[in-house]
Ligand binder design. Structure first.
Ligand SMILES: Cc1cc2nc3c(=O)[nH]c(=O)nc-3n(C[C@H](O)[C@H](O)[C@H](O)COP(=O)(O)O)c2cc1C
Length: 180
């Protein structure tokens, strides 16, 4: 089917290497608008969202993260040289109250599809949750990101110009059936 939205959805894949260039103000604004338009249960809009473009802050977070999970554990980061944010120039943190993971996930995919439409790459990241689950270091970074009390890290999203063309990950079409 020749449809631009479907083509963008089908073209999205997780990107784990990025070019250094930062998002343009127009790209950033488009992503913020698409995050805001994400649907949420009862329109509760439970997410607090932080678009972090501070490379020094992300690097310091990576050190704290690795000090918690261990320096010899890849934990979805491939290696210590490819941090949880995969060196993306922008990393979006999604925080919400405890039972709002679905809302955060829907917003994350809105961001991924919108970014894909702009020719940008993305990767959804849950692994850094271990950092925010840590009592001391988690509180430190929640404060640095100005997250209100009671809001928990749900997901992150790397965004930037792709620096790789990954292999396509296989899917399991047999898990989808049409019942007539
Ligand atoms: C809820 C969720 C959590 C994920 N967490 C991570 C992560 O912590 N680190 C990472 O590199 N990729 C992470 N991913 C990306 C998945 O590994 C990826 O979507 C999956 O392998 C399918 O590949 P594709 O996105 O290229 O189709 C996550 C994806 C989702 C949806």
């Amino acid at each position: 089917m020749n449809n631009p939205v479907i083509s963008v959805i089908l073209a999205r894949q997780s990107v784990r290497e990025y070019q250094p260039r930062q998002l343009t103000p127009e790209e950033l604004d488009a992503l913020i608008q698409c995050a805001l338009r994400a649907p949420s249960g009862r329109n509760a809009q439970p997410c607090h969202v932080r678009f972090c473009q501070n490379a020094a802050m992300l690097r310091e977070m990576q050190v704290d993260f690795k000090n918690i999970v261990g320096w010899d554990t890849p934990v979805h980061t491939r290696s210590d040289t490819n941090p949880f944010y995969h060196n993306a120039p922008t990393f979006v943190f999604l925080f919400a109250e405890g039972d709002s993971r679905a809302d955060a996930g829907i917003m994350a995919e809105n961001l991924c599809v919108a970014a894909q439409g702009l020719g940008l790459g993305t990767c959804i990241v849950a692994s850094v949750g271990a950092l925010f689950a840590d009592e001391v270091r988690g509180a430190k970074w929640r404060a640095a990101l100005e997250i209100p009390a009671g809001y928990l890290f749900q997901l992150g999203v790397c965004v930037g110009e792709p620096g790789e063309s990954p292999e396509w990950k296989p899917r399991r079409p047999a898990q989808i059936r049409v019942i007539e």
